[in-house]
Ligand binder design. Structure first.
Ligand SMILES: [Zn+2]
Length: 321
């Protein structure tokens, strides 16, 4: 347990008296209430999360998580098992325990991932149509593009040879499978690399709850910013502009929530975020290209070349605008 204001360890969050009267504990270090969110209902807690209130994040990530995880037994050590039977029983126990322990978190991940898959699918489709119909005479691009090398000039024909154009020739269920793999891979890499950089490179550690669980839960909560569009059903949320706004808002939430929870400097968090984003960008699509090309080397080479040209053209456009 920690105080959500000064983040110092405390023994308890509240005291229960004989007449069921509950009194919240005051922090011996900063004199504030240790965790006022114990008494606040979930709707207000959710609003405070959206408003990026530090206390709300610390309550959920440290105190509520510790309380929830402490209800379940610890995992059994497999090294101590004498025979195969013991080993199998311990393994089954650990798997069952893991599913019960992380049931609520896994459900939340499933909800966020299904939403993420839909948004990615719509974004890619809109981008594909937009870039396919775009021509070289678009606005400011005309005058300045003459100074650029040929590969920077916009050529909409390039879109017909990319991995996206290949995917959109498939049936909708297979397309869904592709975007589901894309999102699962992307989120897993984001998760793994962020944990690696914060825990192994910056040696950040939390004394009571597992530090890995803390980072994982923080990422999950900040991903919740993507649920914003659900609240805005009355507006068209699946347009290119609103989706890029949501993406940037979600990125800000991730940076701010990691800062709130780990107390590391903004500079360190931003460095980690940029490194992880670059790693994701250069890993997710190439891995999927290998599978889409069915391990055929010449097809892989061609698709990667097309993606590179597309990247050059896009960066050329951004440089001009
Ligand atoms: Zn305090």
């Amino acid at each position: 347990m920690i105080c959500i204001t000064c983040m110092r360890p405390v023994d308890s969050l509240y005291t229960v008296y004989s007449n069921d009267h509950i009194q919240l504990t005051d922090c011996p270090y900063c004199q504030e209430t240790v965790d006022k969110y114990v008494e606040i209902d979930n709707v207000l807690l959710f609003i405070d999360l959206l408003l990026l209130k530090a206390g709300a994040y610390r309550h959920l990530v440290f105190n509520a998580l510790e309380l929830h995880l402490s209800k379940y037994p610890k995992r059994k050590a497999l090294n101590d098992c004498q025979c195969l039977r013991d080993y199998t029983q311990a393994l089954l126990f650990n798997v069952k325990n893991w599913f019960c322990k992380y049931d609520r978190l896994n459900r939340l991940w499933l909800l966020l991932l299904s939403f993420e898959i839909y948004l990615t699918w719509v974004t890619e489709e809109s981008k594909y149509i937009y870039y396919l119909n775009r021509n070289n005479n678009d606005g400011k691009l005309i005058m300045l593009s003459k100074k650029l090398p040929e590969s920077f000039k916009w050529d909409s024909a390039i879109m017909r040879n990319t991995i996206t154009s290949k995917v959109f020739t498939w049936s909708p269920p297979i397309q869904y499978l592709y975007f589901a793999s894309y999102c699962i891979l992307d989120v897993s890499l984001f998760h793994t690399f962020t944990q690696y950089f914060i825990l192994k490179k910056l040696h950040w550690k939390h004394y009571s709850v597992s530090s890995k669980d803390v980072i994982s839960y923080t990422i999950l909560l900040s991903y919740g910013a993507k649920i914003f569009p659900i609240l805005m059903l009355i507006w068209p949320y699946d347009t290119l502009i609103s989706m890029s706004i949501i993406k940037w808002v979600a990125n800000l939430y991730i940076i701010e929530s990691l800062k709130i929870v780990t107390n590391l400097s903004y500079w360190n968090i931003i460095k980690i975020f940029i490194s992880v984003s670059l790693l994701r960008y250069f890993m997710v699509k190439p891995i999927l290209i290998v599978f889409v090309a069915k391990f055929n080397f010449s097809v892989i080479k061609n698709l990667i070349h097309q993606e590179f040209i597309l990247l050059l053209q896009k960066s050329g456009t951004y440089l001009l605008l």
